[in-house]
Ligand binder design. Structure first.
Ligand SMILES: Cc1cc2nc3c(=O)[nH]c(=O)nc-3n(C[C@H](O)[C@H](O)[C@H](O)COP(=O)(O)OP(=O)(O)OC[C@H]3O[C@@H](n4cnc5c(N)ncnc54)[C@H](O)[C@@H]3O)c2cc1C
Length: 476
């Protein structure tokens, strides 16, 4: 219900066993888990009902251990393999014990989700080759979130929308009150235990600017404005310890015409390995064919963030036009590279010179050896940076182009937790009755880097733990 209503205000006067802060995957799983362990649960979501669900509503899949091929996955994904994949990301797991717990617990996640209304589908083409390891939500994250909200309502969980938690009151290490900004008024609610599942701080441009300076002003945020890290900031102020790289984030290349916030999955661009990428001066700056796209798509946000004005331009020709997911707003197109460049507002002649030099560095038999299905080794010679695979010349008009910005998916730094999801303090003690789940604590599992589908795994595994432990803590 909306935050301004009489009933919402009445709900806030009741004493609760568990209050969950947030309205995405981790919050909903926590709420369901707490309720199933006997607690009276109130969930406070800052967004309105239409935009409820945080980043989670933009998701498509989850990565969990599973035994066999099924209607949804093309084969088994063993615990040892998921662990190995996790160890291969960035600097590997931040806390091995918690990462191991996450991997083990992931084994029961898909059945748990099904039992709570989730529906899956086989992976579609163009989904980064994740059909074996990742399970795709039928209708995407939005449908999943809607199912969980329905299930929560049926279970008797009370939900207030447009309820922004502003601060928490403490006596020592115990949270004694939750201060909420509602649409028309402020209120204070009390709970025996609190689960914080309010996501990362990626939508807080000022916070990002502390690490990235004015460059952050040019970032696009792929998820909602509501993920501004206000709860994370409050927790750090009262002594929570941090986990995860402070300035780290996951980011991809998005269409520069996409909205500043909440563009979601559709604004991502997958044209990069099929052509060349130039900066605003018309120069190439990074190997577009370094590795298979699932392993490289998430470095391009950072690559573009390091270019002048945080903008870059993807060019390709009509030979490859149908080999990747089409860009949502369509591409610029013209009979020459020069003209495409000028349409996008850069020096077209410089772009054409760069493409000519690139074409000259492509091997003569590139077309015969080109294989988009894997690393084909079709590489440029004597040019810097090289293109290590799929180096076809851009020689078949019409030519196409798109301007790209860094699209920030989520930030890595959050709060440190113990294995019962309680939040750790910098002084070595633990908050007695505050738990964390989801993106706000994912830095305990991976401090740098990311593995597709694992954000939802972390949220589900730790939501179940946080909800259960919060429900069972103390003298309920
Ligand atoms: C475009 C996109 C695609 C993605 N695709 C995938 C994918 O396919 N698979 C995958 O595993 N991960 C994916 N991710 C990452 C994934 O979305 C996150 O890992 C996951 O959703 C985090 O869940 P969460 O519940 O912790 O946070 P969120 O889902 O972001 O939820 C945070 C919630 O907290 C609320 N909130 C924030 N501050 C307050 C406050 N002060 N008071 C009250 N409420 C507050 C917000 O309104 C929101 O409801 C994707 C992310 C994006 C942006």
């Amino acid at each position: 219900m909306p935050g301004g209503g009489t009933r919402a205000r009445e709900l806030l006067t009741r004493p609760w066993d568990v209050v969950v802060i947030g309205g995405g995957n981790a919050a909903l799983v926590s709420a369901l888990s707490a309720r199933e362990n006997g607690a009276r649960v109130l969930l406070l979501e800052r967004a309105d009902p239409v935009f409820r669900g945080g980043n989670s509503r933009h998701t498509r899949n989850i990565r969990c251990v599973h035994d066999d091929a099924s209607a949804w996955n093309t084969g088994a994904y063993a615990r040892s393999e998921l662990w190995k994949d996790l160890c291969g990301v960035g600097r590997g797991p931040s806390n091995e014990a918690l990462a191991d717990l996450t991997v083990r617990e992931s084994e029961s996640v898909l059945p748990w989700m099904t039992a709570h209304g989730a529906r899956f589908q086989p992976a579609l083409a163009g989904t980064l080759h994740l059909g074996r390891t990742n399970t795709f939500f039928l209708g995407g994250g939005k449908a999943l979130i809607n199912s969980y909200y329905r299930r929560a309502e049926q279970a008797g969980i009370e939900i207030i929308y447009e309820a922004r938690v502003d601060s928490l009151d403490f006596e020592g290490t115990r949270c004694t009150g939750i201060n909420v900004d509602l649409a028309e008024t402020n209120a204070r609610v009390t709970a025996k235990n609190v689960v914080v599942a309010s996501g990362g701080f990626e939508a807080n441009i000022e916070w990002l600017s502390r690490y990235w300076g004015d460059a952050a002003l040019n970032y696009h945020i792929r998820g909602p404005k509501t993920n501004d890290g206000s709860m994370l900031a409050r927790l750090l102020e009262v002594g929570a310890a941090t986990a995860g790289e402070e300035r780290g984030f996951h980011s991809v290349a998005v269409d520069a015409r996409s909205p500043k916030f909440d563009g979601g999955i559709a604004t991502r661009l997958d044209s990069i390995p099929f052509g060349v990428v130039l900066n605003k001066h018309g120069d190439r700056f990074y190997d577009e064919g370094e590795d298979v796209w699932p392993k490289r798509y998430a470095i391009w946000g950072g690559n573009i963030a390091r270019q002048p004005d945080q903008i870059a331009y993807s060019f390709w020709d009509s030979k490859v036009q149908n080999m990747f997911l089409p860009p949502m707003y369509g591409a610029y197109s013209a009979p020459t590279i020069d003209e495409v460049g000028r349409q996008m507002g850069i020096d077209g002649a410089a772009a054409a010179r760069t493409v000519k030099a690139f074409n000259a560095a492509v091997p003569a038999d590139a077309g015969a050896r080109f294989d988009p299905a894997g690393l084909d080794g079709v590489a440029t010679t004597d040019i810097s940076p090289p293109k290590s695979n799929w180096a076809l010349p851009l020689d078949t008009p019409p030519y196409f182009g798109i301007a790209m910005r860094p699209g920030i998916t989520f930030t890595y730094m959050g709060v440190e937790v113990r294995d019962d999801a309680r939040i750790q303090r910098v002084d070595g003690s633990v908050f007695e009755n505050i738990y964390a789940a989801g993106e706000i604590m994912s830095g305990n599992i991976l401090s740098t880097g990311y593995m597709a589908g694992f954000g939802m795994t972390i949220g589900t595994v730790w939501g179940r733990i946080a909800g259960r432990e919060a429900a069972l803590n103390g003298d309920r």
